[in-house]
Ligand binder design. Sequence first.
Ligand SMILES: *Cc1c(COP(=O)(O)O)cnc(C)c1O
Length: 380
Amino acid sequence: MFEAVISQIRSFFPGKEFIPLHEPKFIGREKEYLTATIDSTFVSSVGKFVDQFEEMMREYTGAGHAVATVNGTSALHAALLVAGVAAGDEVITQPLTFVATANAISYCGAQPVFLDVDRDTMGLSPTALRAFLKEHTEQTGNACRNKTTGRRISACVPMHTFGHPCRIEEIAELCREHNLFLIEDAAESLGSTCMGKQTGTFGILGVYSFNGNKTITCGGGGAIVSNDKALAAHAKHLTTTAKKPHPYLYEHDEIGFNYRMPNLNAALACAQLENLDRFLADKRELAALYRNFFRSQPTIDFVAEPEGTRANYWLNTILLQDCTARDLFLAESNQAGVQTRPAWTLLNRLEIYDHCQTDELANATWLAERIVNIPSSVRL
Ligand SMILES: *Cc1c(COP(=O)(O)O)cnc(C)c1O
């Protein structure tokens, strides 16, 4: 039924038998930097590439400070902790996200509240957030309290789904009004901008991932950015075992984490970040090809970047008419060696999170039945 669509996708990746959803591309100075790192023997916890990568991330995002971490999940965990999310708190996020967003909240001893997304951005909906805050919360002192559970809601973690920026300015405004820490899960959206400003820099802290399937990768890695010097310093401290600086004494002033990015990974990360703009330009080209093609397909919608934003098009996304069509498309494309996949199971439907508070989730449910991610690798 979808043969024509599948062969069109195939034609965008000529000469490939199997077309993966997203494969890494090492066409820069990766090997040079890795060799230099090995030769230096500084492969682990210290080394110049970690510092260099943090400096490059700072520059690229325009954030005041950047801290490299071992992966995106640990970056989220540390960001939530330094923001002040504590055990017994609740944290607002979206159910249409990778499980790491909610897991990081759980690691803090807090519990997620899942609110709906917008249909066009696929990210947390400011309309849903506003309605929830109005109906279900009250301000006591400087805290936002959930009237149903009596617990403090300390933070809000929107996610820029598949690289498409959510309505982050409106969300930021609501967070300011209601004393919620805004922490952006920008794991998928490195290089995406909203009104010219990088996603990840709208909240008090933002988090990126450099896992193997992301726009750029260093095997495993993450970063925290912030404009707040003290928060960034605390994030660095907490992710490096909270060791007090000293030439040889080991003293630790809080229970920290070994969340450092090894220098070996940082070497790879530097080489990858040098190529990010080239990758993004190439991904935009592919997105334009897809967008143009899917205009001719009355039963399939291509998800284009929301107005006022520039997406990194990390994973190109199409919407099928219903879950029957979606399942058929998934089966046919994967059978034909064109890797595609549906959206994540909504997190509130996982047994580990099915006790969490939600709103109606009409858009998230609608999207989850229709979303298919299609091959999106850089083709350089
Ligand atoms: C990839 C991802 C993460 C976590 O990244 P890791 O580096 O794999 O730990 C977190 N949130 C979202 C939305 C992601 O897509």
